[in-house]
Design a protein around this ligand. Structure first.
Ligand code: PMV
Length: 375
């Protein structure tokens, strides 16, 4: 194994550089992994206030628009990786390569699965194959919130996996913080675009952007924010916890068939700087208006693309309209947003917690069943 075998497990050009460095560390005996070595990490999920929806088909995992999210520190994935097999400097060919194993537990619903998703399998091959094609990994991951129902479980999952790989490979020893941040963001986007916004190494990363640069590439940024945002709370009303029918990976690919697609791209890019400024200045009303617009904008694109992707249900519309009515009456500082699913996320200032509880109760009463809330 002397050079990256790119064709089979294609990766962005930029990543080849990292893979070659890792390959070199292996060849010089500085990166040795053995059966039973472990990497452990946890990562938060995030909810986009400005959504990433649609990607540049000519480039590898580059978004068509800048996005920005609020980190959900209370929704986390915890991942342990254990090496199966051997990993020594190049030499004897291994007799066999142990397969990758996967175990995902969703501690809220107590559901667990051993089936390794295709997306994960491909991700592991892309990331490991060039310098570690003779080991398998056992990946054990646990989410403290429901999986795959539009509350960004893949963001937390892939981010935790990347952090655990970083821990296993001891990247801290070989790379600067800036380099590690760069590689982590390059890795994570291969699994899930939104995961990238959960891989910020900065200690306080409440708002994270994934920004398009003039040269067409993109980068993550930890956004500076007004201290009043420390009082921002989040909850999500689970209207349906079934797995979504259309994955976001396929949704991104046909997003540009919607007549609203280009309109949204220019609207978002025009307002992106103002949005970041509103975070710095604590302009709550601007953030409210723009976040809610963009959630509707993204779902309008989903509804008008070919094929259509419809994630919302009648209860979603009911909850949103009742929430807006409730906000007008009570004058609370709060806003809603959606992910690729029917569940309604509410972000509000801590001092309005009692009112939000009242609203949650009201919704359960009106809908006629207990609506589960995660907060
Ligand atoms: O993370 P992906 O590649 O599955 O895309 C998810 C996109 C949304 O969650 C719908 C929006 C976002 O920006 O998080």
């Amino acid at each position: 194994m002397t050079k990256i075998e790119q064709s089979q497990f294609s990766i962005p050009k930029k990543l080849e550089k990292l893979q070659n460095k890792l390959l070199n560390l292996r060849q010089t005996g500085k990166l040795l992994l053995q059966n039973g070595d472990v990497g452990i990490a946890s990562a938060p999920s995030n909810i986009a206030l400005i959504k990433y929806w649609g990607k540049n088909k000519l480039k590898f995992q580059e978004p068509d628009n800048s996005s920005l999210s609020f980190t959900l520190d209370h929704f986390r994935a915890q991942t342990n990786i254990t090496v199966r097999g051997r990993f020594f400097p190049e030499g004897d060919a291994p007799e066999y390569v142990p397969e990758n194993l996967f175990h995902l537990t969703d501690s809220e619903s107590q559901k667990s699965t051993e089936v390794i998703p295709e997306k994960l399998s491909k991700f592991l091959k892309r990331i490991l194959h060039p310098y570690a094609n003779d080991i398998g990994l056992k990946i054990e991951s646990e989410n403290n919130f429901p999986t795959a129902c539009g509350i960004a479980s893949s963001a937390a999952g892939f981010a935790a996996l990347c952090f655990a790989l970083d821990n296993l490979l001891n990247l801290e020893k070989h790379f600067s913080l800036l380099e590690r941040q760069y590689w982590l963001s390059q890795w994570s986007r291969l699994g899930s675009g939104s995961a990238l916004r959960s891989t910020c190494l900065a200690s306080s990363s409440k708002f994270v952007s994934w920004e398009l640069k003039k040269n067409g590439s993109s980068e993550i940024k930890n956004i500076s924010y007004h201290k009043e945002w420390n009082h921002l709370q989040h909850c999500v009303l689970i209207l349906d916890s079934k797995e979504k029918e259309v994955s976001s990976s396929s949704g991104h690919l046909f997003a540009d068939t919607s007549p609203f697609y280009k309109i949204r791209l220019s609207y978002v890019e025009e307002n992106f700087t103002k949005f970041k400024q509103a975070i710095e200045e604590f302009d709550f009303d601007f953030i409210t208006k723009f976040t809610e617009y963009d959630a509707f904008f993204m779902h309008s694109i989903m509804h008008t693309s070919t094929p259509q992707a419809i994630y919302l249900n009648t209860e979603t519309s009911f909850v949103i309209s009742e929430f807006v009515r409730f906000r007008q009456k009570t004058k609370i500082k709060a806003f809603w947003t959606l992910d690729a699913g029917p569940n309604v996320h509410i972000l509000y200032l801590q001092k309005y917690h009692a009112q939000i509880k009242r609203f949650q109760k009201f919704i359960s009463k009106e809908i006629g069943r207990k609506i589960k809330v995660y907060e």
